[in-house]
Design a protein around this ligand. Structure first.
Ligand code: NAP
Ligand code: PAF
Length: 297
């Protein structure tokens, strides 16, 4: 398949290398247009060279895999839409929710697929990517045209397993959102590893966060119980105990976080359903306060 990756960061580079290795024609769309090729080395494998920012390759793409951060989706994607064929399948892979809804109107002619992944990757330098944790990826339709793209799960599964298709991607996204609401802001504010959240002093704050998330999820029609969500969160805390969360890293390096699409999305949904979410709202306000403080420095 002809595949273009928009957002050749950690996750985008991981998929780019695996898709190319699997025999697909993969090109990258980078922020800097003057570069015409880019080399990426996955772990200690042979470096691979990718064509970049090639209008013809973009027009001929069967799939555009969008792996920018949630808050970068709009700015990165909109300028490319008039160069794309409306048969191109748009696959969004990022943490958080609400970013695709922001551009929903502009996407109505395209097949749109949403993805959530627990694969982990990091880029120690511009041309290197490390696969730091094996996980699972779920794909599912965002719109009617997207429902015809089930075959993609098989294509992606041959590339970087395990990949599953789900007709109910919203449930998968909400479950990931719940985990991110619990782990990300707390680890960011405490500047601690995920595993530290297993300490007794965090059990009350976590209980409040998860309780509020489960109430909002229930109103959204997502089948969930507090105890199920609670045990999922603690499983991730244990499984990733030595890791720093993405939001901890963003705050540490003074990079914009994905809070508006994680806790912010939860708070917006809570407001729509007239549910009070004071624990999540306080975390949201504090992260936003810190982000604003960088701008006034
Ligand atoms: P990342 O390394 O920051 O990658 C984002 C990439 O998008 C960067 O290379 C960035 O380029 C590029 N980009 C941003 N705006 C662009 C634009 N206008 N045009 C072209 N490229 C643009 O982030 P990541 O870690 O890969 O994460 C991507 C998403 O996956 C996030 O939502 C994250 O939460 C999620 N996720 C990540 C992991 C992981 O292990 N890394 C795991 C699961 C989910 P610049 O560097 O030039 O800004
Ligand atoms: O954003 C992250 O860091 C990850 O999604 C997770 C699951 C919280 C693990 O660190």
């Amino acid at each position: 398949m002809n595949i273009t990756i928009l957002g050749a960061g950690a996750i985008g580079s991981l998929w780019a290398c695996h898709l190319k290795e699997a025999g697909h024609n993969v090109s990258l769309w980078l922020r800097t247009p003057k570069i015409s090729s880019h080399t990426l080395q996955l772990d200690d494998q042979t470096p691979l060279t990718f064509t970049t920012n090639d209008d013809t390759r973009l027009e001929q793409s069967d799939v555009l895999l969008i792996t920018v951060k949630a808050w970068q989706v709009k700015e990165a994607l909109l300028p490319l839409l008039d160069k794309l064929h409306t048969d191109t399948i748009l696959v969004f892979m990022h943490n958080g929710m609400g970013a695709v809804e922001e551009v929903e109107n502009e996407l109505r002619h395209y097949p749109v697929v949403l993805a959530t992944t627990t694969q982990a990757a990091m880029k120690p330098s511009l041309d290197k990517v490390n696969h730091t944790g094996a996980g699972q990826t779920q794909l599912g339709p965002f719109n009617a045209k997207g429902t015809q793209c089930q075959f993609l799960a098989e294509v992606f599964n041959h590339t970087l397993p395990d990949v599953f298709w789900t007709s109910d991607i919203q449930t998968a996204l909400w479950q990931k959102l719940a985990i991110n609401c619990a782990i990300n802001p707390l680890t960011a504010l405490e500047q601690c590893r995920n595993g530290n959240l297993a300490e007794a002093r965090y059990s009350e704050p976590l209980r409040h966060i998860i309780q509020e998330v489960s109430e909002v999820m229930a109103q959204e029609g997502i089948p969930v119980s507090f105890s199920e969500l609670n045990s999922k969160v603690y499983k991730v805390i244990t499984a990733t105990k030595d890791n720093y969360s993405s939001m901890q890293q963003d705050l540490c390096y003074q990079r914009p976080t994905e809070i508006d699409f994680i806790t912010g999305y939860l708070c917006r949904k809570a407001q729509e359903h007239k549910i009070n979410v004071p624990a999540n709202q306080a975390l949201y306000d504090e992260i936003k306060r810190i982000e604003h403080s960088w701008r006034t420095q």
